[in-house]
Write a protein that binds this ligand. Structure first.
Ligand code: F6R
Ligand code: MG
Ligand code: MG
Length: 370
C-alpha cells in the first residue's frame, strides 16, 4: 500500500443555538455524503463537531491539496449550509467565504490540517479540535510535545528521538515561513512562538537520520486566518491539528500531557478575550458560558491501511479533571475583569470594536495636555 493522506477539514456553517453547537442534522448530512465516497475517493471517514464547527476527518490516497478531496469537503459544507439555512441556524454559511470552488479549499474559509505519510506497523493518530480560539493556541502544546523535555520524557531518554524535531513556523501576517530545529534553536523559536497571534507552528518533521522519513510530517496545524481572508471579522478561525504518536515520536500520553495545563488563549466572546482552554470530552464540546470558555477535544484512532479504528474520546479521562477545575477557576477570575485588559484583548487584536466611533464622537473634546 502507498502513502496515506489524513485530512481534517472543518467549517462553521451554522450554530445551534447561537455559536454554541452543531445541529445533528448537519452531522447527518455530512455522514451521508461521505458514505457515498467510502471505498471510492475515500478509504474511511468520521464526522464530528467541536462547538459550532463541523469536522470532517477523512483518509485517502489522493495526497494533500487534492482537488477532489477539497471539492468533496466544499460540496458537503455547501449542502450543510443549505440545511442550516432551512433550520435558520445561527450564522448559516458563516465560513463559506467564496461563491464557487476553484480547485483548493485553502483561503476559502474552512480550516484544513492534512498530511501524507507512510503508515507504520502501528500508527496512533490524534485529532485535536478547538473552538473559540485561534491557530496560535496550538503553539504552546505542540512546542511542549516535540521540544520540551519537562513534558516529553522521550526527548531525554528515548534514543529514537533524542535528536529532537524540525519545526515549520509561519508568519501569518507576512505570509512567510521558516524552518527551525529543536533543541538547537529553542530560544530563538520561543521568541517567535510566544507571539502567538503572528507566528504559528504549521508542521513538525522528524530530523534526518532518525527513525522516520524526514520529509513526512508528524504533526500539522490549520493556520487559516479568517480575518485576513475576509478582510473583516467573521468569526475566529477555530483551529484543528493532527498529531502522530509513538515509536520514534512522543507517546500518546506525551502528546496529551500539555493539555493538563489549561493555558490562556485568545478568542472566547466575540473573538476578543483571553481565557483558559478547557480539555473536554466530546459530550462537553459546546461553548455556552460567555460563548466559551474556549475548548479542545481530542479524538484518537489507530490506522489500519488507512481505516480509522476509533475514535477514542481522549479527554474523557478523569486524568484531565484537575485541568478542567483549574480552567473553570481561571475562567471565573478572568471574567471578573469585565471589559478590562488582559481579559479583553489589546486594541489591535480585538475582532469587534466600537473605538473608531467612540473616537469620532470625542474628537472635538480631546484637549492638548502640556
Ligand atoms: C466567537 C463567536 C461568538 C460571537 C458572539 C457575537 O468566535 O463566534 O462569541 O462573536 O456570539 O456574535 P454575533 O455578532 O453574531 O451576535
Ligand atoms: Mg459560529
Ligand atoms: Mg467555532
Amino acid at each position: 500500500m502507498g502513502k496515506i493522506t489524513f485530512s481534517l477539514i472543518k467549517a462553521d456553517v451554522g450554530g445551534w443555538p447561537g455559536h454554541s453547537k452543531v445541529h445533528p442534522e448537519l452531522i447527518k448530512t455530512a455522514e451521508e455524503e461521505l458514505a457515498k465516497e467510502k471505498g471510492k475517493l475515500l478509504i474511511d471517514y468520521h464526522v464530528t463537531s467541536c462547538g459550532d464547527d463541523l469536522q470532517l476527518i477523512m483518509t485517502h490516497q489522493q495526497g494533500v491539496d487534492s482537488k477532489d478531496i477539497h471539492g468533496l469537503a466544499w460540496n458537503i459544507f455547501e449542502k450543510a449550509t443549505g440545511v442550516a439555512k432551512k433550520l435558520k441556524l445561527y450564522g448559516a454559511g458563516q465560513d463559506m467565504l467564496k461563491d464557487a470552488f476553484s480547485g483548493n479549499i485553502r483561503g476559502m474559509g474552512p480550516g484544513i490540517a492534512e498530511m501524507e505519510f507512510t503508515e507504520r506497523k502501528g500508527e496512533p493518530i490524534i485529532t485535536f479540535m478547538m473552538d473559540k480560539t485561534e491557530p496560535g493556541a496550538f503553539n504552546l502544546p505542540i512546542y511542549r510535545m516535540f521540544a520540551d523535555p519537562f513534558n516529553t520524557a522521550g526527548l531525554v531518554i528515548d534514543p529514537n528521538f533524542h535528536a529532537g524535531f524540525k519545526f515549520e513556523i509561519w508568519d501569518i501576517k507576512e505570509h512567510k515561513r521558516v524552518f527551525m530545529n529543536a533543541p538547537e534553536e529553542m530560544y530563538e523559536m520561543l521568541a517567535l512562538l510566544g507571539a502567538k497571534s503572528r507566528y504559528v507552528i504549521k508542521r513538525v518533521y522528524p530530523k534526518s537520520g532518525e527513525k522516520l522519513p524526514e520529509d513526512e510530517p508528524v504533526a500539522v496545524i490549520s493556520t487559516e486566518k479568517l480575518f485576513q481572508i475576509a478582510k473583516k471579522y467573521i468569526g475566529k478561525d477555530d483551529p484543528v491539528a493532527v498529531v502522530r504518536a509513538q515509536s520514534g515520536l512522543p507517546a500518546l500520553g506525551e502528546v496529551l500531557e500539555p493539555f493538563a495545563f489549561p493555558h490562556l488563549v485568545s478568542g472566547w466572546m466575540r473573538g476578543s478575550h483571553n481565557g483558559p482552554i478547557i480539555p473536554v470530552a466530546q459530550k462537553d464540546a459546546m461553548c455556552t458560558r460567555f460563548d466559551g470558555p474556549p475548548r479542545v477535544v481530542a479524538l484518537g484512532f489507530q490506522l489500519a491501511e488507512g481505516k480509522l479504528v476509533g475514535p477514542v474520546d481522549l479527554f474523557a479521562d478523569v486524568g484531565f479533571d484537575n485541568a478542567r477545575r483549574k480552567a473553570l477557576e481561571i475562567a471565573d477570575y478572568m471574567r471578573r475583569h469585565g471589559p478590562f485588559e488582559p481579559h479583553r484583548l489589546p486594541l489591535e487584536e480585538m475582532e469587534y470594536t466600537t473605538l473608531p466611533k467612540v473616537m469620532e464622537r470625542l474628537k472635538d473634546r480631546f484637549e492638548k495636555v502640556e
